[in-house]
Structure formats: C-alpha cells, structure tokens
Write a protein that binds this ligand. Structure first.
Ligand code: ADP
Ligand code: MG
Length: 334
C-alpha cells in the first residue's frame, strides 16, 4: 500500500515547485495575509512556508495527512465542484509519502502552538523512542509547514534534477504569480541561509501596485485593465494586459482559473497570436488573466496535477478574451 501511495504521490508532485504550489494555496485558503517561503537546494533539501492564517486545530492534526482529509468541503456549493479546486485533501498526504513533513500550527483560540511530524500519511515520531503525538511549543498564530528531503525515497525522481538553481527559478516564478493574484497578501521568498531576499513585497493596495512591485514600472505603467464576461458560457474574466516588450525570451502569461495558477497552451497560443499585430517582431508581452468559470464546466480529468486545464466552450471563451485584448491594446498609444 505504501508503494502505491508513493507512486501516486510522485505523479502529483513531480518537482519541488508542485509541492510549494499546494502549500501556498493552502496558506491562501487559510486566510493568510503574510506568506514567507524559505528554500534550500532548489526545494529538494528544504521547502518551508510560514503563514499567519487561521491555523489547524490540535484535534485535527492526527488525520491531517490521511488521503482525502479536507476541511474545505463546506466551502463548495456541491460535490461536483470540488474537483475544480484540485484534488481534494491529497496534497499533504502525498507530500508525507515522499518527504519528511513537519507541521507547526496555532489557532487564535489555542494558548500555544503544536508541532507534529508526519510520515506515510500518519503522525510519526521525530526520534526513535519518542512519542508521535503533537507537542506543545511556543509560537504565533498561523501555520508553518516544513518539507525536508523531498523524494528521499524516490531515487529515480531525485536523479532527474540537475540544477537546483533551475528549480529555484521555477519557485520564484510561482511565488511571483501568486503575489500578483493575491495583492492583499505580503510575500517573501529566499534561499535558506541566504543574505538576500529574492522576493519581498508588502501588502499592495492594488493589483497594478503589486505588478509594479514584482515586475517593475516599465510593465506596470503600460497596463490596461481587461474585463470580459458571458453568462451563456458561464465565465467572467478580469486582468491586466500590456504591450510592453516584457522579455526578449518569452511571453509572461499569468493565468489563474478559479484562483488557481494553471497552464493552458490553447489560451497561450491564442493570446500570442492576438499580440502579433501589436508588438514589434520578436517581442513578448505581459498578461495577467484571472478567469472564473462555473466549476462544472472545467475539465479536471486531464491530469491529476491540473497544470494543463480545459473547459467547455474553450474556443468561444478564448475568442471573447482575445477580442477584449485587441480592444485594450488599441487604446494604448504605440
Ligand atoms: P485540501 O487543501 O484539498 O483540503 P490538503 O492536503 O492540501 O487538502 O490540506 C488538508 C487540510 O489541511 C486542509 O483542508 C486544511 O484544513 C488543512 N491545512 C493545510 N494547510 C493549512 C494551512 N496552511 N493553514 C490552515 N490549514 C491548513
Ligand atoms: Mg490543498
């Protein structure tokens, strides 16, 4: 059974950045307004995320890493919508099968924090002979999740990583994406023991301010607000587009569907196509799009990780968004 769990976990979490994405989403779901990330060796040695959210009840700790344990069901209208927000209650379980996981958490009501270690879905003892029960310690309200030695028991996966700086770059990219989407949350991200903080942004008053914090004034000064919606296709889209030549190498498309960072090659291709008439040859734009799509219209069965998303009437919805991008860009002086 453990082997099956380990394999399943390895399919959901292929790289450190995938574990971090789950942890960041949990922190945001917990209502956090401050989120700190510390990374060692591209996330393979250490991924630590500290939030100031509502914390986890001590009573819930023993089952925290059991598969399909989630506190979020009531937040969803009906069961059919659950899948949209990713697999439910599997992230921490998965991580506990392929890494050493330590959770320190305190709710507002609790007089102290509680610390627990997990292995293979269950509470585990930190040292041989010690009890596996959560231990009381001093700490502020919120949650700190520490993931160490990711893939320690999956040598093939470990070997696949060549460069920790490449993995760290993916982590910075992801933190930057959530930072843009969650302007009301402060973010920081740095390497363990490092003297510089690579991302450090205070709570921003607006998305534009946040884009300025993360991507600089060149991009922020050119932003045009995009809004599109259509009841028939069950979607709403808000975003900011810019024809600033963001990068010589690649389009910066920050895409969120139902508040989860996702990828869609279909959207990316259409957006790039739309831009060709507005950008100098070889230029690459910056676009942030946040789509709300009726959950039952989103296809979650593409891949367990939901990194590549599809939804009903994709072509129609993309056409409406691209039309809107065209309208936005023709408003900008070139
Ligand atoms: P899901 O997010 O789908 O519910 P997870 O495995 O990611 O499943 O998390 C399991 C549960 O652990 C969550 O439902 C939540 O109750 C709790 N949890 C995880 N991380 C945090 C956090 N940072 N703050 C508060 N609660 C958390
Ligand atoms: Mg989660």
């Amino acid at each position: 059974q453990d082997v099956v769990n380990k394999i399943a976990a390895g399919e959901i979490i292929v790289a450190p950045v995938h574990a971090l994405k789950e942890l960041m989403e949990n922190a945001v779901d917990a209502g956090s307004t401050a989120l700190e990330v510390v990374v060692k060796d591209g996330g393979l040695k250490l991924l630590q995320i500290t939030d100031n959210g509502h914390g986890i009840d001590k009573e819930d700790l023993p089952i925290l890493c059991e598969r399909f344990t989630t506190s979020k069901l009531k937040a969803f209208e009906d069961l059919s919508s659950i899948g949209t927000y990713g697999f439910r209650g599997e992230a921490l379980a998965s991580i506990s099968h392929i890494a050493h996981l330590c959770v320190t958490t305190r709710t507002k009501e609790s007089s102290c924090a509680w610390r627990a270690q997990f292995a293979d879905g269950k509470l585990s003892n930190p040292k041989p002979g010690q009890s596996a029960d959560p231990k009381p310690i001093a700490g502020r309200p919120g949650t700190q999740i520490t993931v160490e030695d990711l893939f320690y028991n999956v040598p093939s996966r470990r070997r696949a990583f060549r460069s920790s700086s490449e993995e760290y770059a993916k982590i910075l990219d992801l933190v930057g994406r959530y930072a843009v989407h969650c302007a009301g949350v402060s973010f920081s991200c740095k390497k363990h023991g490092g003297s510089t903080t690579d991302i450090s942004v205070p709570v921003a008053a607006s998305t534009v301010d946040r884009i300025r914090q993360i991507h600089g004034s060149t991009v922020a000064n050119e932003l045009v607000s995009l809004k599109a919606e259509n009841d028939r296709w069950g979607f709403k889209c808000e975003g900011w587009v810019s024809n600033a030549n963001y990068s010589a190498k690649r389009t910066a498309l920050l895409l969120f569907i139902n508040h989860r960072s996702v990828e869609s090659q279909t959207i990316k291709k259409s957006v790039e196509q739309t831009y060709t008439t507005f950008l100098p040859k070889g230029g690459h734009p910056f676009i942030y799009l946040s789509l709300d799509i009726e959950p039952q219209r989103v296809d979650v069965n593409v891949h367990p990780t939901k990194r590549e998303v599809h939804f009903l009437n994709e072509d129609e919805i993309i056409a409406i968004i691209c039309d809107e991008i065209r309208t936005c860009l023709s408003k900008v002086d070139t």
